[in-house]
Design a protein around this ligand. Structure first.
Ligand SMILES: Cc1cc2nc3c(=O)[nH]c(=O)nc-3n(C[C@H](O)[C@H](O)[C@H](O)COP(=O)(O)OP(=O)(O)OC[C@H]3O[C@@H](n4cnc5c(N)ncnc54)[C@H](O)[C@@H]3O)c2cc1C
Length: 383
């Protein structure tokens, strides 16, 4: 989403002036506000580095409701290699006959689903997670080496070349894989135009919760959603732009100093992503969610202390936003006392008869100017 476009609306401009963090981000990121998903909350992710939940956190602080953040999709097979942290091993490999193995070579997926490797991605991801945790294993293995080498190189040239560069010849070797956070189904509550609760603020893409993905996104639906909503938002914005653009106030950092302790931010990053992986991952329990909420609150407090005292840096801003979004994810997950779609809590394994959204309402929510879409009519949670 382009912030310049958003700024053309005077109300957004007002919001920019009062929420100076947006402007800081704007400067820091070279003029574009980047609003992508929040999968970087997890230790393993297929997402690019920018997926640190900035858009969701900023919109939340500005007064937008967020919804369904407990529905995090995990891709079952991300390459596990220290030099390649987010390379996705396409599910077409399993479609072409690749099999999954424990470190000792045993196959295991038939214990979880009769469709074996062709089961849906959440079932496969959950099975791998279960086995990794049971064995304390770092990864499992995907094997397509029984297929003819020329079929593998023709059908999967990218996977072949990428792995070969790392010393793994997939025509002969097993591929080390882990499940990895892939898609954030929930996000900022928007209507059919991508408009949020803050008048003039539009959210499209993975930061938005349009409701289209429900509790479990079907693969490949997200780009379609991006195209449809981006066009709808662009039309709506073009029809409703009024007034002159006033530049927002510049970020004042005259009373803060350079941090000489970046190591703390680095440490917090790693701690947050690890605890999200361990406690708010593919399989959850109520006790783990409580523990995660406590730890995240401490991390957030520490990061806010830095935010108030030191020059902002991109890692600091991203950490602050990621901690906020992680906390919102945990709140949504804790409130859902059932298992549904991508959210599985072993204390509540059954699915409730009535489906409902988990909606969180921020401190700056203004019911007089907020959206009045269908999502409002559903039961929701107050924060
Ligand atoms: C590996 C992978 C495969 C996927 N495959 C599919 C698929 O087959 N079909 C499907 O429907 N969905 C797929 N998805 C999901 C889909 O790509 C995302 O949901 C969608 O792209 C999200 O759109 P977005 O606009 O929110 O974010 P993005 O598409 O990530 O756009 C954000 C943009 O911001 C830019 N950016 C980041 N940081 C900065 C910065 N600091 N300054 C300026 N610009 C910056 C990025 O370069 C990027 O162009 C896949 C996702 C991944 C990670």
């Amino acid at each position: 989403m382009s912030l310049r476009r958003m700024l053309e609306d005077p109300l957004v401009n007002q919001m920019m002036a009062s929420h100076t963090e947006c402007h800081a981000l704007l400067n820091l990121m070279g003029g574009e506000l980047v609003m992508i998903g929040a999968s970087k909350a997890y230790r393993y992710t297929t997402n690019p580095d920018g997926a640190s939940g900035d858009g969701i956190a900023i919109a939340w602080r500005a007064g937008c409701r967020v919804a369904n953040l407990e529905f995090n999709q995990f891709h079952p097979t991300c390459l596990y290699h220290p030099e390649s942290r987010s390379f996705l091993m396409t599910e077409a490999l399993r479609g072409e006959g690749a099999t999954l193995h424990l470190p000792d070579g045993q196959r295991f997926i038939s214990h979880f689903d009769d469709r074996e490797e062709l089961a849906p991605r959440d079932i496969v991801a959950r099975a791998i997670d279960f086995e990794m945790k049971r064995l304390g294993a770092d990864c499992v293995f995907l094997d397509i080496s029984h297929q003819p080498a020329d079929l593998i190189t023709r059908h999967f040239p990218q996977a072949y070349e990428r792995c070969l560069a790392l010393g793994i010849d997939i025509t002969r070797d097993r591929i080390p894989v882990v499940p990895a956070a892939h898609y954030t189904c929930g996000g900022v509550v928007v209507d059919q135009y991508g408009a949020s609760d803050v008048p003039g603020l539009y959210v499209v893409g993975e930061s938005a919760c349009t409701g289209l993905h429900g509790a479990n996104r079907m693969a490949s639906n997200s780009l379609l959603e991006c195209f449809v909503y981006a066009q709808s938002a662009a039309q709506h914005i073009a029809e409703s732009i009024t007034g002159e653009l006033t530049p927002p106030k510049t970020w004042d950092d005259s009373r803060v100093r350079d941090s000489d302790e970046e190591v703390v931010i680095q440490h917090n990053w790693q701690e947050l992503r690890r605890l999200m992986w361990d406690y708010v991952g593919i399989v959850r329990t109520s006790r783990r969610l409580e523990h995660a909420a406590d730890r995240i609150a401490l991390l957030e407090k520490e990061v806010l202390g830095y935010y108030g005292r030191f020059q902002i840096t991109r890692p600091l801003l991203e950490m602050r936003n990621l901690a906020r979004v992680s906390s919102l994810m945990v709140q949504c997950a804790a409130e859902r006392r059932e298992s549904r779609g991508l959210h599985y809590n072993s204390d509540f394994p059954d699915t409730a008869s009535v489906a409902r959204d988990s909606i969180l309402i921020p401190a700056h929510f203004d019911p007089d100017t907020a959206l009045n879409g269908p999502i409002d009519r559903l039961p929701h949670y107050h924060q």
